[in-house]
Write a protein that binds this ligand. Structure first.
Ligand code: IPM
Ligand code: MN
Length: 357
């Protein structure tokens, strides 16, 4: 019997609609061969929601996502909405959605495709074989801490973590490490911040339940440097919201382009799957964006939310095949000889490979 899933689709702004359309194309292609049916439920969030409803996160979306098996999201934001009040910005919509969905664990794999070791600005020998999982806490920390305020003469935010918040994200990281190389590096700024010392103490506590996992701690400034210097030293990086945001952008360049890296945000209920990059307003509408990060996010959705391992493998293998056959979008084509594809072509090639019998 065919399996049926309801997928929430939030295309968002900028390149969001273009890249999500390609991910849907690929999902539809694997659905046929895997005997799955997807019902897509489109919802608004971000700048487009501001334009159409006056708020970045309409109630309809908050209610709608709860009725889905998983949610696929593109990107939000753009210069058009940069001057609106903070709580009405597109970014507030995304943060509100993550909070509403309770997706506290953001998994951001930074792997280097062998085919692309020459596409990075770093040396191939530094990169070959890099396979890092950044586990970013997503619904706490300075992004959400109260109080927060901006006045004419001063402004402040609060970095706060509760015991419960650290415990649950640390467990996610250790559980993942058990299925990988059994190494967790917890990244903080415990030499300066109380909240980081607190984080570190709780991570140590959790580690006691995972005797097979080797735990290390690193200050975030050093971690930024080590990621570039010797990325292969890392297996799982466990860190808070803002440090994870910054380190995952840095880690993305190991792979050659931020246009390649997917993410999965999971927690208590429905999961949210999104590329780690933004809405790239400078190239929106030109049909040149790299859809791979979003297509790979759809694969993570199949794997983590729907337990459709074979369909997920199909997509991951199809991405590798497209790359090894030399297909490149502009962002990963700096080295000349390859075939440069438009967004839609890349999506079609991957869809085609993913649906081969
Ligand atoms: C990300 C983005 C978001 C974040 C922004 C758009 C709010 O940079 O998903 O990494 O900071 O989490
Ligand atoms: Mn970011």
């Amino acid at each position: 019997m065919s399996r049926n899933y309801t997928i929430g689709v939030i295309k968002g702004d900028g390149i969001g609609p273009e890249i999500v359309d390609e991910a849907i194309k690929v999902l539809d292609a694997v659905a046929v061969v895997e005997d799955i049916t997807f019902d897509y439920k489109e919802m608004l969030m971000g700048g487009i929601a501001i334009d159409e409803t006056g708020v970045p996160l309409p109630d309809e979306t908050v209610q709608g996502v709860k009725q889905c098996d998983a949610v696929l999201f593109g990107a939000i934001g753009g210069p058009k909405w940069d001057t609106v009040e903070r709580h009405l910005r597109p970014e507030s919509g995304l943060l509100g959605l993550r909070k509403e969905m309770g997706t506290f664990a953001n998994l951001r794999p930074a792997t280097v495709y062998d085919e692309l070791v020459n596409a990075s600005t770093l040396k191939p020998e530094v990169l070959k074989g890099v396979d890092i999982m950044v586990v970013r806490e997503l619904t706490g920390g300075i992004y959400f801490g109260q109080p927060r305020e901006q006045y004419a003469d001063r402004a402040f935010n609060t970095m706060i973590y509760t015991r419960e918040e650290v415990l649950r994200i640390a467990k996610v990281a250790f559980d993942i490490a058990m299925k990988r190389d059994k190494r967790v590096c917890s990244v903080d700024k415990a030499n300066v911040l109380e909240v980081s010392q607190f984080w570190r103490d709780i991570v140590e506590e959790v580690a006691a339940d995972y005797p097979e996992v080797a735990l290390s701690h690193m200050y975030v400034d050093n971690a930024a440097m080590q990621l570039i210097r010797e990325p292969k030293q890392f297996d799982v990086i466990l860190t808070g919201n803002i440090f994870g945001d910054i380190l995952s952008d840095a880690a993305s360049m190991l792979s050659g382009s931020i246009g390649l890296l997917p993410s999965a945000s999971t927690g208590a209920g429905v999961g949210l799957f999104e590329p780690i990059h933004g809405s790239a307003p400078d190239i929106a509408g030109q049909g040149i964006a790299n859809p791979i990060a979003t297509i790979a996010s759809a694969a993570m959705m199949l794997r983590y939310a729907l337990d459709e391992q074979s369909a997920a493998d199909r997509i991951d293998n199809a991405i590798k095949l497209a790359l090894s056959e030399g297909y490149r979008t502009g962002d990963i084509s700096a080295y000349g000889a390859e075939e440069i594809c438009a967004t839609e072509e890349m999506g079609s090639i991957i869809a085609n490979y993913a649906s081969r019998e």
